[in-house]
Write a protein that binds this ligand. Sequence first.
Ligand code: FAQ
Length: 341
Amino acid sequence: MYTQAMDTLEPEPGKGGQAVQPAKQAEEVALQQRFDARIDAGDFIEPKDWMPEHYRKTLVRQISQHAHSEIVGMLPEGNWISRAPTLKRKAILLAKVQDEGGHGLYLYAAAETLGSSRDQLLAALHTGKAKYSSIFNYPTLSWADMGTIGWLVDGAAIMNQVPICRCSYAPYARAMVRICREESFHQRQGYEALLTMMQQGTDAQRAMVQESVNRWWWPSIQMFGPPDDQSPNSAQSMRWGIKRISNDALRQKFIDATVAQAKVLGVTLPDPDLKWNEARQQHDHGSIDWSEFWRVVGGDGPCNRERLGARVKAWQDGAWVREAALAHASKQAAAEQPACA
Ligand code: FAQ
């Protein structure tokens, strides 16, 4: 009869399995205890440190989904670069979309430190196995959407991402510090673009801004993920210090901050139940359509197929660049080999 322990641990070659197993198990337990103690003490974990397999997998899942969101997130805005109304707005939008590509690269690099290759991560995106943020499956229908994405989508992204600067996995935390600085610029440029249209624009431009806010409000507050009691990953991720603040608490902070900004802008947030609750010192809000959220996450949003199709095409079209880069790298390596006497 095999015990479960004998099933899971290989005996060391040349040694009696029975004697070695307890030693190995004791070592695993000690490593786990040391890891837990470091997490409890607020230490950062580096790539070469021992970590539980589930911690590694959770990080690869979250960081790669985050990276995918950044590069898929380039698509709805990239769509408007050629139609920006002025050279200034075009330059800002170009820089912003380029920044999102850079964020994707930092994040793929952080995920690679956990032992998954870039090709594996991208294959998971292209085959629909890996998720990316629900928000990027909505279409950009007007120029005002460029301002609203900056204000609401980048605003929600910052609210979610600032706590990740203190994530227990150091390479992710370090990437987030740089990313958050740039996201802050993104949020401001969006707000400023909307403010310009609201304060100096025509009635048609003000109506365009309001219509855009009406479409993006609910998807933006869904970005924080499902309610805490329906979030399967939250408890463990909070325990490990990967997530520092819960989905619902971040969503509430975002709503509270955004109401005041909407007042200054002069737009109405499309939720008749949104009001200040004196007792809670927070805003109450209407119920969120979670069935729509899960539909979009499951692949059936307005633009899911188009977004994934664009990413797959970019990967296929770029094959010659990857091949050329690899050929160049191997030529360089050969040239650097010392010549034989
Ligand atoms: N969309 O148990 P939880 C940006 C999935 S970057 C799609 O709560 P978790 C910059 C979740 O993956 C925006 N799927 O999961 C930009 C899980 O499925 P799985 C991206 C979602 O991981 C701006 C399942 O639901 N930001 O915007 C979503 O603990 C403008 C159960 O959920 C990040 O990725 C969603 N919204 O918490 C770019 C930040 N929400 O994997 C261009 C880092 C949940 O078990 C233009 N990520 N799911 O199959 C996080 O903070 C977390 O992963 C959450 C989800 C909070 C997103």
